[in-house]
Design a protein around this ligand. Sequence first.
Ligand code: ZN
Length: 109
Amino acid sequence: MGMYDNADGRIRGRALQARRLRVWTKNPHCANCGDLTDITAGTDRPFELDHTVALTNGGEDTDENCQVLCLRNGCHEAKTRRDLGHRPWVAIGADGWPIDQIPPGEVKV
Ligand SMILES: [Zn+2]
């Protein structure tokens, strides 16, 4: 997530911890798979707050636009990939190896 650090104005630190508690208290279940998550430090059921509508897609940085996504089942990672527009499939090049970082419509040379 480093690419957005300090550049998007989203809340951090103490304010973010307070939001985590508010949103998690309202619904501690993963918004994707429904698993119960745990806010306790060192838990084996950690979660991340996710913007339901990603900020990059015009979403607001508010509690109402936040949801709980679990890390254990990879739900947060999968949502982040979708938000960034990455495709779930991997293109295979003529040499038989996966092609990555090639935008759709462009041809590898
Ligand atoms: Zn989940």
